[in-house]
Design a protein around this ligand. Structure first.
Ligand code: ZN
Length: 258
């Protein structure tokens, strides 16, 4: 990429003016996507994204992910390679990132190379996490069953579709007297946003209310996946932590602390 000592060439495609130009820089290119263009909303720079309110950029983020999963949503593209991008976070601040499989020749490309040790570590953590997740779902079901309004509850059982092509396995599916069925998804801090979006779309189509229950909530330190769920619940966080479980069991009513 270096053209002459101390200068780096950066090829940029400007979609607003349909031109390709080369920028000479005195520093190596920073590997962040500096500007994107939304199909319907127009361009947005990384700087503008940073200046947006959390609610603003989370709406964009949710729109992009929704589109990825077949809903109308939003499409944003890197202005350098025209590849589709999404909004991720680093230290709680939003930034654009290419979807996997983007053009490695893009000057703002950041490849993902996982060290074998890291892959093993991720697999191990995933296994630990799924066991905890399963246990928590069973606990939610047990707490539901204690409530006299509960007419039935199932954990991780196949729910055949009525509107979608395929069904899903809701974490917990409860039938409530005078209310009907609702699904509960239990989110630990590492559930990915793609999953959040997919599940929301699925249950919305099926007409089944979906309640996200979080493993913990610390307003001072909110991981992005948690914040996505809170955003989709209009700013509410439902938490089933130790205090809520202790409170629910003796009174035989399921409470979620907001
Ligand atoms: Zn790009």
């Amino acid at each position: 990429m270096s053209t002459e000592p101390g200068l780096w060439a950066l090829d940029v495609v400007c979609l607003r003016h349909c031109t390709r130009y080369t920028v000479l820089m005195t520093r190596p290119p920073r590997r962040i996507i500096e500007e994107v263009i939304f199909d319907d909303l127009g361009p947005l720079s990384a700087r503008e994204l940073l200046a947006m309110s959390r609610d603003g950029w989370e709406s964009l983020r949710a729109g992009i992910t929704d589109h990825r999963h077949g809903k109308t949503g939003l499409v944003a593209r890197c202005i350098a390679c025209h590849g589709k991008v999404y909004i991720t976070t680093a230290q709680g601040r939003p930034l654009f990132s290419h979807y996997q499989g983007s053009d490695p020749r893009c000057p703002w490309y950041t490849g993902r190379n996982m060290h074998p040790n890291d892959a093993r570590a991720a697999q191990y953590l995933g296994k630990q996490e799924s066991e905890t997740h399963r246990r928590m779902c069973e606990l939610i079901a047990e707490l539901c069953a204690l409530d006299e309004r509960c007419e039935g509850v199932a954990v991780d059982e196949y729910l055949p579709p009525t509107e979608n092509a395929t069904g899903r396995y809701p974490d917990v599916l409860a039938s409530w007297r005078d209310f009907g069925q609702f699904a509960v998804e239990y989110q630990m801090s590492h559930t990915f946003q793609t999953e959040v979006s997919q599940r929301c779309i699925h249950y919305e189509r099926e007409g089944i209310p979906l309640l996200w229950v979080l493993s913990s909530f610390d307003p001072a330190r909110v991981p992005q996946p948690v914040s996505d769920v809170v955003h989709r619940h209009r700013g509410n966080a439902f938490v089933l932590d130790r205090a809520a479980i202790a409170w629910s069991a003796p009174t035989e009513v399921v409470h979620e602390l907001g």
